[in-house]
Design a protein around this ligand. Structure first.
Ligand SMILES: Nc1ncnc2c1ncn2[C@@H]1O[C@H](COP(=O)(O)OP(=O)(O)O)[C@@H](O)[C@H]1O
Ligand SMILES: [Mg+2]
Length: 337
């Protein structure tokens, strides 16, 4: 079943919502993204950049208005049957652990739910009973001894334990990819590291791929192999973690990085204003109204300020070498003359 191509891919994905006032919000405005097998990919960006919409679209929970999501090179089918088969292979861990667990369900029941839904409750491929599968998943998620938690209810668990139960529910199906949306943002700093270490262990011990959605570049630095930086519905920079975080190309990435405490930097760059509403995506480079390279005269000096304001950039292919969707970057890479 293994092929050489990426496990999961987004090609030119657009997702539009019509707001109550009748405006069209382009939450995703042309995203190319490739998720290799067995790697940790971080999708980073400020709140409102489209990360959750992208994660939901990759999961088949939201349908692209145009463009495609491909799994093993085939377009995702949204039929119930196809979705069920897909869910076994790609699982999502949601943002809010406390809100995602049913308060009336024991830990055992919530982990067994997926196993039953996929008809694995009699036995799985390895001939394990339902209880053995639940115990194994809890234990892999770091809840040991697992039997002690079987009959607990969510209100009896700490935030970190709840997040581990959710991860166990995903692991129970032995997926090839786990998509985690802000997996630690609601947790205390003290347990964040443990949950991140757990996500890393999934890749190391079980060979699973992980897509982690986060607004926190420090987190991406700690666990990701590759990073896609999003701004207002597009990927604006893509590369290995090393490339993106030690030699960022996009002024947006540079600004985000400049305020990450874990990473050494010079002057913090304060971004002016807020991320615009996706019903009003700026013309030209979508980042130009907030771009520090325009404020400090760099783009003027390079003779590209008009381009920044008026010329849109092509969709960034989020695969292969390190790149950024930025007129300045293009000008620096290929100086005129
Ligand atoms: N169902 C929806 N209806 C209208 N707008 C939406 C909907 N979902 C998301 N959006 C808008 O799309 C943009 C991206 O949202 P989201 O994907 O949640 O970003 P992020 O996860 O990066 O914070 C936001 O401006 C948000 O308001
Ligand atoms: Mg989000």
């Amino acid at each position: 079943m293994t092929t050489d191509g990426p496990l999961l891919e987004a090609r030119g994905v657009r997702v539009e919502f019509t707001t109550r006032s009748g405006h069209v919000a382009r939450a995703l405005d042309g995203v190319d993204l490739s998720v290799p097998r067995g790697e940790v990919l971080a999708i980073v960006g400020e709140s409102g950049s489209g990360k959750t919409t992208l994660a939901r679209t990759l999961m088949g929970l939201a349908k692209p208005t145009s463009g495609q999501v491909l799994f093993e090179g085939k377009p995702l089918s949204h039929s119930t049957r196809a979705m069920r088969a897909y869910r076994r292979r790609v699982q999502m861990v949601l943002q809010d652990a406390a809100g995602s667990l049913n308060p009336r369900q024991t830990v055992y029941e919530s982990v067994a739910e997926g196993i039953r839904l996929h008809g694995l409750d009699r036995s799985d491929e390895q001939g394990r009973s339902e209880a053995e599968q639940v115990a194994a998943a809890l234990s892999e998620a770091g809840l040991r001894p697992p039997e002690r938690l079987f009959l607990r209810y969510p209100h009896e668990l700490s935030g970190g334990q709840k997040q581990r139960v959710l991860i166990a529910g995903a692991l129970a199906l032995r997926p090839e990819l786990v998509l985690a949306d802000e997996p630690v943002s609601s947790l205390d700093a003290s347990i964040r590291g443990e949950i991140l270490a757990l996500l890393l262990k999934l890749r190391q011990d079980l060979g699973m791929g992980v897509v982690v959605v986060t607004h926190d570049l420090g987190l991406a630095w700690n666990i990701a192999d590759r990073i896609a930086v999003m701004y207002l519905g597009r990927v604006v920079e893509y590369g290995t973690t090393e490339e993106v975080l030690t030699a960022p190309k996009h002024p947006y990435t540079k600004a985000l990085l400049s305020v990450v405490p874990e990473i050494e930097h010079l002057e913090p760059v304060v971004l002016t204003g807020e991320i615009p509403d996706p019903t009003r995506i700026p013309a030209g480079c979508r980042f130009h109204p907030r771009c520090p390279a325009r404020t400090d005269g760099t783009t003027d000096h390079a003779g590209i300020d008009v381009a920044c304001r008026t010329e849109s950039l092509p969709i960034l292919p989020a695969t292969g070498e390190h790149r950024a969707a930025c007129h300045l970057e293009a000008a620096l890479a290929a100086p005129p003359g």
